[in-house]
Design a binder for this molecule. Structure first.
Ligand SMILES: Nc1ncnc2c1ncn2[C@@H]1O[C@H](COP(=O)(O)OP(=O)(O)OP(=O)(O)O)[C@@H](O)[C@H]1O
Ligand SMILES: [Mg+2]
Length: 251
């Protein structure tokens, strides 16, 4: 059996009285796409912040590739190979698109200016941003800002990529485009965690779904099983929505 690339053990974080993440234990395997879903305030972004080191755990452990990284600083975690996009995208606005991706490539380390530039351009081609490489990032429309987030994350050379609502606000063809990219990234062996409120996107992408509710895992398993789980329907999906989504995942 393959070893997990990421393992969460009883991970917990509270803010005052709120248990934003409550005793979450979970494994992620190489090249797998896992959907992380749940109602607003369920703790999805907090979980990503804990894994990437942006927030300290109150208790529990984050194990990456066999190493305990629970108390490691975010910059070091990023360099180790855990990348994440932000729910609210925040490029360096004054820098060009290319400079943004180069900065990420240089931050990841191990390459000089020339090689970083070459790698950055390859990522911009992959994310269909090559034509815009010399524009200031501030000029990009939403879909392209999201693509830039993806290009920057890839420039970090990740083993794990956590995507926090990368499809929010995009139109149907932009979403299709993003899904193709995400699948191709997973095909290279990178493990992907997709946080998503669009159930058809989850159904089409994820091999496995984890449902958070009030910080805890309410359900996990195949898309089909999770969408049919009565607890998930009551807490999140609503009956009508779930029928639609599970019909799609089976069709
Ligand atoms: N820095 C913080 N300080 C205090 N409370 C916080 C902080 N970050 C998150 N919370 C609280 O933790 C809980 C989980 O929030 P989180 O942002 O992780 O939810 P989410 O699942 O990402 O929601 P959404 O789908 O709306 O993005 C919420 O009750 C939220 O108000
Ligand atoms: Mg969130």
């Amino acid at each position: 059996m393959t070893a997990p690339i990421l393992e969460l053990k009883h991970l917990t974080r509270h803010f005052g009285g709120i248990r934003a993440v409550d005793d979450v234990s979970l494994q992620l395997f190489p090249g797998e796409i896992v959907g992380l879903i749940g109602p607003n305030g369920a703790g999805k972004t907090t979980l990503v912040n804990l894994i990437s080191g942006f927030l300290q755990a109150s208790s529990g452990q984050v194990i990456f590739n066999g190493e305990d990284i629970t108390r490691v600083k975010p910059q070091r975690i990023a360099r180790k190979g855990i990348a994440r996009t932000f729910q609210i995208v925040q490029p360096f606005a004054q820098m060009t698109v290319l400079e943004n991706v180069m900065a990420a490539a240089m931050f990841a380390g191990g390459s000089g200016l020339k090689e970083s530039r070459e790698r950055a351009i390859a990522h911009l081609e992959f994310t269909h941003l090559a034509d815009m490489k010399d524009r200031p990032a501030s000029e990009l429309a939403l879909a392209n800002r999201k693509r830039l987030e993806l290009a920057k994350s890839l420039a970090m050379n990740p083993r794990i990529l956590m995507l926090d609502e990368v499809n929010a606000g995009l139109n149907t063809s932009e979403i299709e485009d993003a899904l193709t990219m995400i699948r191709r990234i997973a095909d290279t062996g990178i493990s992907i965690v997709v946080i998503e409120h669009l159930m058809r996107v989850v159904a089409s992408l994820a091999q496995r779904v984890v449902v958070l509710h009030r910080g805890a895992i309410l359900s996990q398993g195949s898309t089909q099983d999770v969408f049919a789980d009565q607890n998930v329907i009551e807490a999140y999906l609503g009956t009508r929505f779930a029928q639609k989504a599970s019909a799609q995942s089976m069709g």
